[in-house]
Design a protein around this ligand. Structure first.
Ligand code: HEC
Ligand code: HEC
Length: 270
């Protein structure tokens, strides 16, 4: 009897231990300041407001900072003014731009028009850019948003702002991402689009190639591994790839249920 009680006692302790761990030991995933699309009124905007829209697009919806950061995945956009001068003067330049505005726009919508040496897709000998066309795919910047980014890069670099605020907002109305309540997304591909996975991975319609192809990832990785790969990308590094490139703060911005849906979806891809 004594032994029986000891066994029961031990089991209860173990269960309590696990329950405690799952409550306190596993980090909580906070439902972050979630982006919501909001129409903005261009006709009532000053140039200063347009420039600050550009800054928000660059840091948010545009996902530019996923690649254009100190890690050296892409040239620093803070250097774009001196760099543009070099690109346009380069004998290898075959694009159609003649000035800063034109070059930034071309870089965003047709990134392979000129590929900065050393930054091309692996194996392409710097002929194909790994940067997606940011006016299409899951990033989908509108024309006013592209122009606002140009205005911001010109202004912050100390150049004259040459773009004009578009007036015929009509179907090209800009959408702004603001921090407001949102509901967790249901569709895994929408979740992937929301968090920019396609900028680096082949997933859905997107063809990023900075990280591993995810189209058959479920054949070799299970759901637990995939959940961990999303939350703690540096815990295990996929063979042939580098650490510190995939954002490691997704757990702060995704709903826990979104992480689950994405992990489940990825696990089903075989
Ligand atoms: C998936 C990674 C990635 C994303 C996302 C990305 N870029 Fe790039 N970008 C690159 C790489 C790599 C290069 C260098 C290769 C090339 O010349 O295309 C580049 C080149 C550029 C250039 C030319 C730089 C130069 O020095 O000549 C500009 C301008 C630029 N990007 C702007 C942007 C803006 C603005 C955004 C967001 C709206 C953005 N990029 C999003 C990877 C990215
Ligand atoms: C800025 C580029 C970038 C973004 C954005 C990104 N990843 Fe990654 N991802 C990588 C790189 C590079 C690796 C390989 C290194 C590693 O394992 O951390 C990777 C690894 C992974 C792996 C592990 C693959 C394997 O075979 O082990 C999964 C799963 C994954 N990413 C899913 C996602 C999902 C889902 C998103 C969006 C929520 C996302 N990634 C966003 C760059 C990115």
């Amino acid at each position: 009897m004594k032994q029986f009680l000891a066994v029961i006692g031990f089991s209860l302790l173990t269960i309590a231990g696990f329950a405690g761990f799952s409550n306190y030991g596993i980090p909580r995933i906070e439902p972050a300041p979630p982006p919501v699309q909001e129409k903005i009124d261009l006709s009532a905007m000053t140039m200063d407001q347009f420039i600050s829209l550009g800054e928000r697009v660059l840091n948010g919806k545009g996902t530019c900072k996923l690649c254009h950061n100190e890690l050296g995945r892409a040239p620093l956009l803070e250097q774009i003014i001196p760099n543009t001068e070099k690109r346009l003067a380069d004998a290898k330049y075959k694009g159609e731009a003649h000035d800063l505005e034109g070059y930034i726009l071309e870089s965003m919508v047709n990134p392979s028009a000129y590929v900065v040496a050393g930054f091309g897709k692996s194996g392409s000998n710097d002929t194909v850019s790994p940067m997606p066309d940011v006016s299409g795919g899951s990033i989908g910047l509108t024309e006013p948003e592209l122009l606002a980014v140009i205005a911001y890069l010109q202004d912050s670099g100390g150049a004259e702002v040459t773009v004009e605020i578009p007036t015929d907002a009509g179907d090209a109305a800009a959408e702004e991402v603001t921090a407001e309540e949102r509901e967790p997304l249901e569709d895994p591909l929408e979740i992937a689009a929301e968090f920019g996975c396609g900028a680096c991975h082949i997933i859905g319609e997107d063809e990023g190639d900075i990280g591993p192809d995810l189209t058959k990832i479920g054949a070799t990785r299970d759901r637990d591994y995939l959940r961990r790969a999303i939350l703690y990308p540096n815990a295990e590094i996929a063979e042939g790839f580098e650490a510190d490139i995939m954002p490691d703060d997704l757990g702060d911005t995704m709903f826990a249920v979104e992480v689950e849906r994405l992990a489940e979806y990825l696990a089903s891809l075989k």
